[in-house]
Design a protein around this ligand. Structure first.
Ligand code: SF4
Length: 877
């Protein structure tokens, strides 16, 4: 009998956020994967958010790079590697080691990072390697090092289960780390955990909060200084624990002297202090809202001061908790991926550390004794010609760095740029000289570290696409060709991991916290089978929390409380730029969408870039819902769709970070941000940018669907994938005389049959292009933002052309409306109808009726919001 059983599942790790959820992967027999949560992984116990659940839909190869390319032409691997090695060698010979740089990524596995760091710091002899994690959590690293003497996250995920109070500050956990958020909601249900959200915006994380503090942008330091003052005034200082610290008096004096406004009422501040002080078990979770600031490191230390003063650190349910954005941001921190770190938490500035690492690596170069160029400075150095050869790995700085237009120009003008990535269809890869095909996440093998120090295996499930190779291999092959064959000959990732674990023993011998030396002799089979394991991993210790014993990592063994006071964001609003722009993430997208945009399901939730603006501000500027808005600063501008909402305060606006030249060229919001950085951490300030806001006056607005992607030449377009092709929002600034001719040209369908309704007076057109009655593409335009049934049209392309001309579904086919639950494709109109028809009052009732929210649960905050609005409306009627 034919065996129809499924292939065994392979345990791996989700490649998106720092929660580090375990996944079970199975080949589906058609080149793709089925993906489910790993019930045995301690990060998620089988649960996945919307992004993790849709991983299987992102395995398409249509955007993959199949082989190396140099100067626009396909080349062999040998030629590509010789070219890269030769140009780096020549550049170093001509201009010195600091004339080259690596800009790498939290998407790299630890083994990739290890080889990159070894090559740059030990063999090239420069510290010019930095990672896009600089944009994410460098301020946390700096704060940890200043307070603890090391970059250590003290607690564990179990603390979220055991806390009585969880404070989220600068963290929209519900969207950015959904599995942790749902873990907290379960704790809320089972043990009544209280939740406070500190955020200038009312985010999805506020829906279940007991208290939302809409803090003024950048005012975290004075708020936590006020808390420290209250901790002291109310006798909540832990005097015993304080003997393990220095600096309390100075920190308290600074806190008492602060008093900068927070934008909060006295009642709110008192309620916050009451809850924090009265609940012994308190975890303060912080993320990009704290870190992405010119005072980010001070904000982190203001938080740590409170936990240290109260002795609430390292015990169950207690502690500060920095949550990281990327899947291996933590691994990068451990292995030395930042320009200011050596490896294994050893210090570049420490002569003994440098000497020990140099000896261990048998490195020919003098390891630099000071930090290299951090991300923003690195691209400034590319712009002014100091960096002449640049290697970018798995990241897209032409979109994601502040002043992105200037960064893109700098990369274009750099004499030699290499990109390693899975695709050459990114803003950065398109302007690189050499593009090297990298293995995708399901093709790679290695380790990642998540936010709570758990090291997990990422396992190869699929064969490499085309000629793609792992990143460590790219680096090692170039290292060999630069003359260091012995140091860069590895059989595979297990080899690299053993070398790394053995190096960590040297760090342990220096008294460092990061020590995984018990794994230094791990054989390849055991490495392959390695269970998720929290570090440290030594012969005497495994995992656990740090610091409850009062042992810290400064030279005197004590922690430091730092005196910090408020510093306003570097740029202040002015008459020319009166609004403060905040940036962040969407629920269903990841970074610049190179993977998530491949999933129609994920793309259906918030399908274009937008700007949230308060209703009063919008009215003052003559902006109506669905208008387009131009946001600009001195060096860049974006055009985004208006979303009018009181979730943002007056004078503030919010935009997501995800759109690129590939998906919405005018939506590149980092083009607007100035590259002001924290002087301690080097992290740029991306959440408090003064901007001008005005209505963008389009001559016409459009919505289009097409079976194939297009790249129109228009001031505004945004494209999202659907199961039937693509859907697009469009806007033009010139009148169109002949809409039919325009549509043929737009879709490059000169010979298609065409049916249309043209309304010249209202600038409107409805045009369907077809072949043999089957719709190939359709365009709907109007002088005003166009109102059609987008979700119906998005799926109808490819089907019968005739009914599409109305832009509405047939009467017997209800319009589901914009997607809310992407797991079960449940739209807003469907939800509203169910609420009204069935008198539904709870998220659980909606789940029972429509399945919405019953899989990953990521949409539950939006369902709560919809229910609340619907019920408020009903009560008012
Ligand atoms: Fe992946 Fe979601 Fe888990 Fe993050 S929370 S690791 S995106 S499944």
């Amino acid at each position: 009998m034919k065996d129809v059983s499924l292939p065994p599942a392979i345990r791996s790790t989700c490649p998106y956020c720092g929660v580090g959820c375990g996944v079970l992967l199975r080949e589906d027999g058609q080149g793709g994967l089925t993906v489910s949560g790993d019930p045995d992984h301690p990060a998620n116990f089988g649960k996945l958010c919307s992004k993790g659940s849709a991983l299987g839909e992102t395995m398409g190869v249509e955007t993959r790079l199949a082989g190396p390319r140099a100067f626009g032409t396909g080349v062999t691997w040998d030629d590509a590697l010789d070219l890269v090695a030769g140009r780096f060698v020549q550049t170093i010979k001509d201009h010195g080691p600091d004339s080259v740089a690596f800009y790498v990524s939290g998407q790299l596995l630890t083994e990739d990072y290890y080889v990159a760091n070894k090559l740059m710091k030990g063999f090239i002899g420069s510290a010019n390697i930095d990672t896009n994690s600089r944009l994410c959590m460098a301020s946390s690293v700096a704060g940890h090092k200043r307070a603890f003497g090391t970059d250590t996250v003290p607690g564990t995920y179990e603390d979220l289960d055991e806390a009585d109070l969880i404070v989220l500050t600068g963290s929209n956990l519900a969207w950015c780390h959904p599995i942790l958020y749902q873990r907290i909601l379960r704790a809320r249900e089972t043990r009544g955990t209280k939740i406070i959200v500190i955020d200038p915006r009312r985010t999805a994380s506020c829906d279940m909060a007991d208290l939302h503090l809409p803090i003024a942008p950048g005012a975290d330091v004075p708020l936590f200084n006020r808390l420290l003052t209250e901790i002291a005034a109310r006798g909540a200082v832990n005097a015993d624990f304080l003997t393990n610290t220095n600096g309390f008096e100075a920190a308290l004096a600074a806190a008492q002297a602060d008093g900068a406004p927070t934008g909060l009422t006295e009642d709110d501040i008192k309620a916050f202090c009451d809850m924090w002080i009265e609940n012994e078990r308190v975890v303060t979770i912080y993320s990009q809202g704290v870190n992405q600031s010119t005072s980010g490191a001070d904000k982190v230390n203001a938080i740590l001061n409170c936990h240290l003063a109260a002795g609430r650190i390292g015990t169950p349910g207690c502690g500060p908790f920095s949550v990281t954005g990327q899947p291996n941001a933590m691994g990068g921190r451990e292995v030395g991926g930042l320009a200011n770190m050596l490896a294994c938490h050893l210090d570049l500035e420490n002569e003994a550390h440098r000497a020990a690492v140099k000896t261990y690596w048998n490195a020919p170069a003098v390891i630099p004794d000071a930090a290299g160029l951090k991300a923003v400075d690195m691209f400034n150095a590319v712009a002014d010609g100091r960096i002449k050869a640049l290697w970018v790995m798995h990241t897209n700085p032409a979109v994601t760095l502040p002043e992105a237009d200037n960064v893109r120009a700098a990369i274009e003008n750099c004499p030699f740029v290499v990109v390693s990535d899975i695709t050459d269809q990114t803003d950065t890869a398109r302007i690189a000289d050499v593009v090297l095909p990298a293995s995708g996440w399901a093709e790679k093998s290695g380790t990642v570290t998540n936010t709570d120090r758990t090291i997990s295996r990422q396992r190869s499930v699929l064969p490499a696409f085309g000629q793609a190779r792992p990143d460590w291999w790219h680096l090692a092959e170039v290292g060999k060709r630069m003359g260091w064959a012995e140091a860069f000959t590895y059989e595979g990732p297990a080899d690299i991991f053993r070398e790394y674990a053995a190096l960590s023993q040297i760090a342990g011998d220096f008294g460092k916290d990061f020590d995984i030396s018990a794994l230094k002799d791990i054989d390849t089979a055991a490495y392959d089978a390695m269970e998720p394991t929290r570090w440290p991993i030594t012969d005497t210790r495994q995992g656990g929390r740090f610091f409850a014993d009062g042992a810290f990592f400064h030279a005197d063994g004590k922690a430091k409380l730092l005196p910090v006071t408020h510093r306003a964001p570097a740029a202040q609003p002015s008459a020319e730029a009166p609004f403060i722009l905040n940036t962040g993430r969407n629920r269903d997208q990841w970074h610049t969408m190179t993977r998530t945009a491949l999933s129609p399901r994920l793309s259906s939730h918030l399908a274009e870039p937008y700007l949230d603006i308060h209703p009063t501000d919008a009215a003052d500027l003559g902006i109506a819902a669905a208008d387009l808005i131009k946001v600009s600063s001195g060096h860049g501008g974006s055009i985004l769709r208006a979303r009018i909402t009181d979730a943002v305060a007056r004078g503030q606006v919010f935009a997501p970070i995800h759109w690129t030249g590939e998906t919405a060229p005018s939506g590149r919001i980092d083009a607007v941000i100035t590259g002001n950085v924290d002087p301690v951490s080097g992290q740029p300030e991306t959440k408090a940018m003064p901007v001008a806001v005005e209505r963008f006056d389009a001559a016409w607005y459009g919505f289009a669907v097409s079976q194939t992607p297009i790249r129109p030449d228009l001031p505004y377009w945004a494209q999202a994938r659907t199961t039937a092709g693509v859907r697009m929002e469009l806007a033009g600034s010139t009148e169109i005389a002949d809409w039919e001719a325009y549509a043929r040209s737009l879709f490059d369908l000169p010979d298609a049959d065409i049916s249309s309704v043209i309304d010249p007076k209202r600038g409107g057109a409805r045009i369907v292009l077809s072949h043999d009655g089957q719709c190939l593409a359709a365009l709907f335009t109007s002088r005003d933002p166009i109102a059609v049934s987008r979700d119906y049209l998005a799926l109808a392309v490819g089907g019968d052309a005739v009914p599409m001309l109305t832009g509405r579904p047939p009467v017997d086919q209800p319009d589901p409306g914009p997607t809310v639950c992407s797991c079960f494709n449940v739209g807003l109109n469907t939800i509203l109808a169910a609420i009204e028809d069935q008198n539904l009052l709870t998220v659980d009732a909606l789940g029972a009726a429509l399945q919405a929210g019953t899989n990953c649960g990521s949409c539950k905050p939006e369902l709560t919001d919809i229910l609340r609005s619907a019920n408020v409306k009903e009560a008012a009627e």
